[in-house]
Design a protein around this ligand. Structure first.
Ligand code: ZN
Length: 305
């Protein structure tokens, strides 16, 4: 879209003898007379910019908190120093606030591939309360420790998700450093349009839940809400906390998470997916990261894995 504007503006100066190779017949001379409609602003490219837009109307304390715990990964997060800085930030936030956010943890290509993958799998392996609650889950990985009456497979069902989880990234370093390098489950959880609040729950006694947004999740699209007022075990030490996280709002993340951003939170903090009041689905990729289980994959987020 941006190219059009350039072409029409440059035109007057180019009315010279050799105008042959000008293929796009779009604007022509008309553009000079009719004031062109202002071009729509380009979609904000970075997760941080999209988060700012999604949070524009948020209560000040919530918005500031979400900005405090968020880290915008550099475009090429491959540099060791960048990766270490990001991991250090995440660890500080997790230890202090029990949660953190990485923007741009997934590329647009990753997001598109994951959405395609789960569309392909949904019919076969949808689990959970589909009807009234309008929430569905598509399990893409199970550690052998998850096998049981309600779970008949282990291993990967998605090469795309496997590649995303396996790619070197600061979140892996942090989760492994906290001792939760065992990924027990990977699934796409979709709260469909009209889905009601999920019940409050914790994901485990110890661990970190990693939640990647696959669409822009604003307040109406069923964001995850953490309840810091309820008692929980500290993410780093496991020590009981009666509730309340200094510096954090009582409840957060009824906030926003742009697509491609990753929320890491203490799996023992009470949380829920909120109602999806929008017209679109809210798919998120969710990983349960926990202490080693002793099964074959134990520690597979450890460095070098
Ligand atoms: Zn396991």
């Amino acid at each position: 879209m941006g190219g059009r504007k350039k072409a029409s503006k440059g035109r007057p100066s180019r009315t010279q003898p050799a105008p042959a190779p000008l293929p796009p017949p779009t604007a022509k001379g008309r553009a000079a007379r009719t004031p062109p409609a202002p071009p729509p602003p380009p979609p904000p490219s970075s997760g941080a910019a999209r988060a700012a837009a999604l949070l524009a109307h948020y209560p000040e304390d919530e918005r500031r908190f979400l900005e405090t715990i968020a880290y915008a990964l550099p475009a090429a997060a491959s540099g060791r120093a960048a990766r270490e800085a990001a991991a250090a930030h995440a660890r500080r936030c997790l230890e202090r606030f029990q949660c953190c956010v990485f923007h741009d943890a997934l590329s647009e290509g990753d997001v598109a591939a994951l959405l395609g993958e789960c569309a392909a799998h949904e019919k076969v392996s949808a689990i959970g309360e589909r009807e009234a609650a309008k929430r569905s889950g598509t399990r893409l990985f199970n550690c052998p420790c998850q096998r049981g009456p309600s779970c008949a497979f282990d291993g990967w069902r998605s090469d795309v998700a496997r590649a995303v989880v396996a790619a070197a990234a600061p979140w892996r370093d942090v989760v492994a450093a906290l001792g939760f390098g065992h990924v027990a489950r990977v699934e796409v959880v979709t709260s469909h349009a009209g889905c009601r609040h999920q019940g409050w729950h914790v994901d485990g006694a110890r661990g970190v839940t990693a939640l990647f947004a696959l669409v822009d999740v604003d307040a109406r699209r069923g964001p995850t809400e953490l309840d810091f007022a309820a008692p929980f075990g500290d993410v780093a030490t496991g020590a009981k906390v009666k509730g309340g996280v200094p510096g954090a709002p009582a409840r957060v993340f009824a906030g926003a998470l742009p697509r491609g951003s990753l929320l890491l939170f203490n799996a023992n903090v009470s949380h829920r997916g909120t109602a999806n009041l929008s017209r679109g689905d809210r798919p998120v990729l969710v990983l349960d990261c926990s202490p080693p289980c002793g099964a074959s994959d134990a520690g597979f987020l450890c460095e070098g894995a």
